[in-house]
Design a protein. Structure first.
Length: 686
């Protein structure tokens, strides 16, 4: 008789929805992954990507044993070795480098899993104990996150479920249908109740199709639009003067700046009609409650931090925070109760203060020879929860850095990604169905527990276990390496994450999720997490960082020129999530091939027809893909849907061949959508 059980878990991926999962297991094999109907936010619904999770877990190309390189860097040629062989050699190599200078070792990780245990626990302890260089994890959300903190005091906002009661929803820089599906359910509920939905996005996305209005502005001009909205709110007196007086700081200064941005000026900068801006301001100033769902797409430009600050000011001008269905949500991760220091043990650094290297400039980092100001050349890199050769900007430099024969590279992954192809050792990691973990969310306000549903496939081990095993080897080589700090099991680490908080671990065990107790309208009477307790329009602390204390429009680094006249953005394809899922056959078939969306006028000027093979190029490189003339790109802007692995590209590249390593105004983050290119037809076989 078949033995069937259902196991509660959580989606690990870099998405604001953080869905609660139920995995059906028959005789030890996972046969179905579904949304947990008992979890209000998930409501039994999963995206097309995660509903295929068994396909990913049982993928024929999954790495299921340790591998050692036998071919050139980047060739993807490996031989199987035992765990003992791999761990002994890795520990010996890292120990030898650490004896010279531990800062020559760099960890590189991001949000391949968002879990607190498999993402930031034993790994951090290991590198802290070692004294390795620290990693500035900036690649996705840092510009928006630091800008939000400069305005509200943290990654805080309205509760997502109350969007269902809003009367006006601005969906700003987000293709919610593709990347925030469960928010979209609340927006649709509001729409059925008569709410107006407005999409603000350079691309006519699937979400824009379903909204009442679409403002298709130029990339990098969001702050100009926000300032023009403020201008109209001021001149028409659509303001909540009492809220401004009691709960904001710097209103007079912001007012003076906003009055410099009439709609006519912003329309020129944004590529919009003046009446579009006036109409949006009228709606926002006269509709209550009004809510903004801001997402990270619009902060991936030079002025991304300033843009987030400008938009984040808007709810305070109209007093939207007085209503639980008013305000703004970019990220709610600031309410997570996790005991990060207990998980990561920064005290293991002792008095050492290693340098910090920015993951968004990893190409330059790995190619740097080292000097007195930079510190030692990076001699070893350990990559987990990331695929930098595919996802980091200016990928030709990234690939060149990883191709260094003298760079000792260890990659923990499920597959031979572009980065794993450059590794000296590839270590097989467990998937979410095979390990313990605990998750917060940046799109809702619950904590979720993930239980292992099946045994690890092949010889796979969890990230935390791999770092435990490496720590044991290091302790054998170096008596000062305190093995006692690496004994906690993965389940014990889950308990540590919420110990002493308002979250009861027994509730998590029983239900799979628990609610963080929070007010319904967090800033109805001020109470921001800033030093002043107010919404800080004018933040004097920014001056110490050389940043304008008031939000302003900061133009893109790369304005279109005669040589490179097209602005390029590269949002995720609907069925991919960063570079994850790009090798899942059923999802790749839907996406078909790497595409560049063009406006019909831009295509016609270049003699390009739908489906043609293209060269997209600038001074940094060339990417070959296919034309999609589908009505989604605006004139002067092309859209390179990502993110395919480089090895899947027609010429061994993806869109990051074209992006640069310059950083945002706030947060030291990458400018993926601040990129000028030219496009021409490519001859097949050229």
């Amino acid at each position: 008789m078949t033995h069937i059980v259902q196991v509660r878990g959580a989606c690990p991926h870099d998405c604001p929805d953080t869905c609660a999962l139920v995995t059906t297991v028959a005789d030890g094999t996972a046969i179905k992954v579904q949304g947990n109907q008992e979890h209000a936010h998930t409501g039994g619904v999963l995206c097309a990507k995660v509903s295929k999770y068994t396909e990913r877990t049982y993928h024929a190309e999954r790495v299921l044993q340790p591998l050692r390189r036998v071919g050139p860097k980047g060739s993807g040629r490996f031989e199987p070795v035992s765990w003992d062989q791999a761990l002994d050699d890795i520990a010996t190599r890292l120990h030898a480098i650490a004896q010279r200078d531990p800062e020559a070792i760099l960890p590189y990780s991001y949000a391949g899993t968002m879990g607190m245990v498999q993402g930031e626990s034993m790994d951090r302890r290991f590198f802290h104990q070692l004294g390795a260089s620290l990693l500035d994890r900036t690649i996705c959300a840092n510009a928006g996150g630091e800008a939000l903190a400069a305005t509200y005091g943290g990654k805080l906002g309205m509760r997502v479920e109350f969007f269902a009661e809003s009367r006006l929803i601005l969906i700003w820089g987000s293709n919610s249908i593709a990347s925030n599906l469960h928010f979209w359910r609340y927006a649709q509920e509001a729409k059925r109740q008569g709410a107006k939905l407005v999409c603000i996005d350079p691309r006519k996305s699937e979400t824009a199709d379903k909204c009442h209005e679409h403002l298709q502005l130029l990339p990098g001009t969001d702050a100009a639009l926000a300032l023009a909205l403020m201008h109209e709110l001021i001149v028409n007196d659509w303001l909540d003067h009492d809220y401004l007086a009691q709960y904001t700081q710097g209103w007079d200064a912001l007012k003076a700046r906003a009055l410099q941005w009439p709609p006519e000026r912003a329309a020129q900068v944004c590529g919009l009609e003046v009446e579009q801006i006036r109409g949006l301001a009228r709606d926002y100033g006269t509709t209550k409650p009004a809510a903004i769902r801001l997402n990270y797409g619009m902060q991936r430009v030079r002025g991304g931090g300033n843009a987030v600050r400008a938009i984040a000011c808007l709810p305070a001008l109209v007093g939207a925070w007085r209503h639980r269905a008013g305000g703004l949500l970019l990220s709610s991760s600031g309410v997570s109760p996790f005991k990060r220091a207990a998980l990561q043990m920064p005290q293991l650094l002792g008095s050492r203060r290693p340098r910090t290297l920015n993951m968004s400039t990893i190409g330059d980092v790995l190619l740097h020879e080292g000097d007195a100001s930079f510190g030692p050349r990076v001699e070893a890199i350990v990559v987990y929860n990331s695929n930098p050769v595919a996802v980091a900007p200016h990928s030709a430099k990234v690939a060149a850095g990883f191709a260094r024969e003298d760079l000792f590279t260890v990659v923990l992954d499920h597959f031979l990604t572009d980065t794993a192809d450059h590794a000296d050792y590839v270590l097989p990691a467990t998937t979410q169905l095979e390990h313990w973990d605990i998750h917060g969310s940046y799109g809702h306000t619950d904590v979720l527990l993930n239980r292992p549903a099946i045994a690890p496939q092949g010889q796979a081990r969890s990230n935390a276990q791999i770092f435990r095993d490496l720590a044991a080897r290091m302790a054998g080589l170096e008596p000062a390496f305190a093995a006692a700090h690496f004994q906690d099991s993965d389940e014990a680490l889950c308990r540590t994450a919420v110990a002493g908080t308002a979250i009861d671990f027994e509730d998590l065990l029983q239900h799979g999720f628990a609610h963080i107790p929070l007010p319904e309208a967090p800033f109805a009477q001020g109470g921001f997490a800033t030093p002043s307790g107010k919404c800080e329009f004018d933040n004097p602390a920014l001056a110490r960082l050389g940043i304008n204390t008031l939000p302003d429009h900061v133009p893109n680094y790369e304005a279109p020129t005669t040589e490179f006249p097209l602005a390029m953005i590269s949002p995720p394809a609907r069925n991919f999530l960063n570079s994850t899922f790009a090798n899942v056959a059923s999802l790749a078939r839907v996406e078909e091939r790497p595409l560049l969306e063009l406006h019909p006028d831009d295509a016609a000027a270049r003699g390009i027809a739908d489906g043609d093979m293209l060269r997209v190029f600038n001074a940094r490189g060339e990417h070959v893909c296919h034309a999609a003339i589908n009505g989604r790109a605006r004139a002067g802007v092309v859209v390179g849907l990502g993110l395919w692995w480089r090895k899947h590209g027609e010429n061994g590249t993806n869109v990051n061949e074209l992006t640069h390593q310059r950083l945002t105004d706030i947060g030291r983050a990458p400018c993926f959508y601040d990129c000028a290119v030219q496009v021409s037809r490519a001859e097949i076989g050229a």
